[in-house]
Design a protein around this ligand. Sequence first.
Ligand code: HEC
Ligand code: HEC
Length: 275
Amino acid sequence: MRLRPASSGAFGGWTFMVNPLAMLACLAWAGIAAGTACAAARTPPDFPPGQYGALVRQGWQIFTETPVRANQFVGNGLSCSDCHLDAGTRDNAAPLWGAVPVYPRYQAKSRQVVTLAQRMQQCFEFSERGWVPPLDSEPMLALIAYAHWTARGRPIGVLPAGAGLPTLPDTAQGADPVAGQALYASRCASCHGEHGQGRALAQGLFAPPLWGLASYAQGAGMSVAATAARFIWANMPLGQPFSLSPQQAKDVAAYIDIQYRAPDPRKGALAWLVR
Ligand code: HEC
Ligand code: HEC
């Protein structure tokens, strides 16, 4: 979980503070909500020594505080770790260690074999609603180093259990956004806000926006309702994995899917207006 001053607006002005009070609030909240994501993501792992360790650490910082640390490539308020939980190490939340061993990989959507770096560039463009960092830019080199470090000891070419997002069991029913709306109000709005705008949960502690311009754009993996349903089923409400039924996950994903977000930057004549 990213810490951020509660006063930050939806656009720009991100400033990062490691504030001991906020850290305390973070720990207390994580306990109350029975979720450890907050504490886990904020406590730096044991990095390797030397220059290599410094690069890995920089990657971890960018991953967990993306709008601040890679600010020139980010157009919204999301950190990578808002979707890739526990700083990209939680299974069933598209962990980095699940991706490293199987990239380069054929991607049906783009009809190309994409490298890990190219896959990250896609998350910058759509999930971060931002701009593509060059392959040799500092953030990209640091992120790649961090990703590889999380996958240390894993055999190359073998898809680990817990990689990606789980497959949602067939519910034999379509998604119902009206049921999803009620579920959103009872199980999600307390953290993500009535209007999906995200919300400070405690001082300096923030649940990320689910729609609107501060959230991910159309074209992001999460903007595909079926993908969001898989993520939600396995990870939300935070700290209660797999507590929703697959049908509930589909319904609430369908509700989120019909809300406004920035258009796919590749489509539409007016897309440049909102970028
Ligand atoms: C206890 C607070 C809490 C509740 C309740 C909760 N979330 Fe979250 N959610 C979070 C936090 C915090 C994150 C960011 C991940 C992290 O920091 O570990 C997150 C991340 C997400 C994300 C990915 C990031 C983004 O902005 O899109 C989605 C989607 C999401 N939640 C959907 C839901 C849905 C749907 C529900 C209700 C079924 C729900 N959440 C309930 C706290 C919560
Ligand atoms: C709004 C949520 C969101 C944000 C923010 C986000 N991603 Fe992703 N990312 C996804 C989803 C969803 C997938 C697809 C997972 C799947 O289909 O299995 C994905 C896939 C990936 C993959 C490939 C994973 C795999 O197993 O194939 C990598 C690597 C990745 N993202 C890196 C990043 C990086 C680096 C950032 C920050 C710059 C980032 N992501 C930000 C949601 C997000």
